[in-house]
Design a protein around this ligand. Sequence first.
Ligand code: NAD
Ligand code: GLY
Length: 371
Amino acid sequence: MNATATRVHVDLAGRAYDIVIGSGLLESAGALLKPVVAGRDLIVISDENVAALYLEKLQIAIETGGLKRPEAVVVPPGEGSKSIESFGRAAESLLGLGVDRRSIILALGGGVVGDLGGFLAATLLRGVDFIQIPTTLLAQVDSSVGGKTAIDSIHGKNLIGAFHQPLLVLADTDTLATLPPRELKAGYAEIVKYGLLGDKPFFEWLEDNGAAVLSGDPDALRTAVAKSCEAKARIVESDERENGARALLNLGHTFAHALEAETGFGDTLNHGEAVSIGMVLAFDLSVRLGHCSPNDLMTARGHLLRHGLPVSPPRTNDFSPSSLVRRMYNDKKAERGSLTFVLARGIGEAFVARGVDSGVVETTLLRALAA
Ligand code: NAD
Ligand code: GLY
């Protein structure tokens, strides 16, 4: 293993696993996977973009490590591959390649491939093992960790899913060099989220090192991904099924999901951009409700803005506060008749607030849309 790789352990009874983070991990994949897979067959799922860049490299590394070269199922890139139809096609392809109970699925790609591959692993043959090899920053710091797997329904995103923890996560930060800058920034928003929700010193570290993370500096990237994974691991260990603390990971998400839904989950806003705006709105709402100082709002907002992330809803859309609030009531995480937000008492001090007054939410949105 690369000497500068970092290991984060996720300590879940009977389902514990490591997240290995660093550069050069794809080249060492054979050696890293060997102790975990113990002679079992591997089969890769990836998308066309990622497969063109990294599939052969991974297959060669696995062979070089003394394991059988894995076959692969490659799906089109994009959220469309999380449709029920795409899931069905991928399931049939994997079964056609002879997946059995001892097979291990390797999900090589971003959050789409990770969520799809994880849900295939959760359901094929009533459950097979899988390993995450995340290649987007968002997947390295969020979606590959914690065992949430899902596909989409016509009724909403991620509505058909399962909790299914991976056997291992290999986050090779070198793969981020080919990621479009907009996708890198989307992942950075999720990194900032960990600082804002529970770790002020990490946020302060990002104030000094965020530019280095975004410029691809290997040490800065490894540290930022590792700190994010540690934060997520500790939360998932305490609340795997989101009955309590795990909800803090949704900082900014009540606003973000409404904005994404209003823009049709299209190109106008990607998830990280929506989360960036949503976090600023959550701090703004916290100030309006008297929980947080305006200085903390300005600090959080300023950081996201300086690092190229949006901090207010795009002007290209004619958003209406009341229809955004209606979306929030319909969100899958909403409790009937009540609005739930992750709010903040300051940077690094998030908490879950239920029954938030919709009038204050509308005012927050109205001001943000007029700004
Ligand atoms: P993605 O998987 O669609 O990847 C974004 C784009 O980057 C795709 O076109 C992909 O082909 C390309 N790409 C991936 N890696 C690349 C690389 N190294 N170089 C060049 N191009 C590369 O998007 P994403 O943002 O990684 O993930 C979004 C998905 O993650 C959503 O479906 C969301 O619901 C899910 N998600 C899941 C969780 C969870 O806990 N399971 C958490 C957050 C998000
Ligand atoms: N991305 C939020 C969670 O994993 O709970």
